[in-house]
Design a protein around this ligand. Sequence first.
Ligand SMILES: Nc1ncnc2c1ncn2[C@@H]1O[C@H](COP(=O)(O)OP(=O)(O)OP(=O)(O)O)[C@@H](O)[C@H]1O
Ligand SMILES: [Mg+2]
Length: 508
Amino acid sequence: MLDPQTRRAAPVLEARDVSKVFGGTVALDHVDLSLYAGEIHALMGENGAGKSTVTRILCGVHRPDTGVLLIDGEPVELHSPAAAQERDIAILHQEPSLFGDLDVAENVFVGRQPKHGRPPRIDRRRMRAEAARLLGELGVELDPGARVADLSLAEAQMVEMASALSRDARVLIVDEPTAALTPGEVADLFRVLRGLRDRGVAVLFIGHRLEEILALADRVTVLRDGRFVDSQPVGFYDEASIIRAMVGRAVEGAYVRERGELGEVLLAVRGLARAGVFSDVDLEVRAGEIVGLAGLVGAGRTEVARTIFGIDKRSAGSVEIAGERDVATPQKAMRAGLGFVPEDRQHEGVAVELPISANVALPILGRVSSRGWLRPGRERRLAREWGERLRLKARDVSQAPRELSGGNQQKVVLAKWLATDPRVLILDEPTRGVDVGAKVEIHRLVDELARRGMAILLISSDLPEVLALSDRLLVMREGRVTAQLGHAEATPERVMQAAAAEVEAVVA
Ligand SMILES: Nc1ncnc2c1ncn2[C@@H]1O[C@H](COP(=O)(O)OP(=O)(O)OP(=O)(O)O)[C@@H](O)[C@H]1O
Ligand SMILES: [Mg+2]
């Protein structure tokens, strides 16, 4: 059906005047969004702007308080995710939501497994072959029989993507799919998304990396504080104007760190290994120093961090923290002054059901309680203080992180470890899913912590981020350190060369 005014077909999916309030939080305030067949439409905004809430309404998880949804110009009510699926709306969630105990193929076809025989039984062979074909289309090598609990975050996302592909969706919603992917995987994903667009699918894409969005999207809609700001063809924007639209003001560019005096060695790792995962890792971080650990997703950086902290057992080597030798368990590591902000906030980072204040106080119970009693007042004060410094967007500190946007959950994890005032801090992807403004804020904070004498080991797949913050850079590939670069020698080309056997196409 053509729109008489625009002479264009009606949007495949449209949200008109949609509002959503949770408790006291206005998540969406009369928002409009139109998705057309054959376009990649980027939805942009700061953490907590309402992007994921829009997607949850479009895929039937939430009902809007005001406004309507229209499919092909006809009003519809999507009462449940199943109803949205029936209308060919598929979604790739911000955090993969898969069944860990099932295998890859079962997750791709969950609820729709091909059957054969009488009585009908699941046709495992066909299911696995189909899953393999879909994964092949995505350019992913993954065993359809592998247990999903054993997959990396990046691989789990690819399983969700295959599942969405298998549904032959007319609308595909992808909420921050690239945060944990290597440049090669991002290029693969974008190739697939462009292919779907060319077949007439309406793709709604959410992400925080501006250069990615500008390269991928055909149209951009910006939200700020739950309100619609603007919707334009992508050519209308450049990075600066998109940031202005999202934040409502200009944001300064990348943070530039001034390098100061270094103190004593606070973290010394020698010959560290975990059989079959990584080996021969030597590194030292001094007071006041930021050492970057660069590499592609899957290079073994997170495993090194987990082993230093003592969550994973080492098979060789030693870890010394602030003169404490032989630190081998998380308890000992924390007592010696080590803090660890993990990458996987959903599973290790936050207790999503506990109040923010309890989360922040968790690692430092000793200090907020006196004689074993918890002091809620101090707990809340501490959480408020860190919340303000990190510009955490929450109703108050009694709210549970489950109700926070993805980027704000990440800030709770940061607050929790910063509140322990550690001497050595390991940050694993500290700004993943964090918006541009808050990212500069976190960079400033990390720099300030270093200047106050903290020793920081920074793991990040965000190349500009590690390059800007690190005094020295170690690059890992396939479980080994392949380069050590001083700040002046660390160029993007050299890091990429050390990180990838063949330099992969970096998405411009
Ligand atoms: N179930 C819920 N209960 C209470 N508040 C919620 C709930 N879901 C979302 N909110 C609130 O609604 C607002 C918008 O959240 P949303 O997750 O849509 O943000 P977002 O734009 O996706 O942010 P991010 O970039 O961090 O992912 C936030 O203030 C959030 O705390
Ligand atoms: Mg979100």
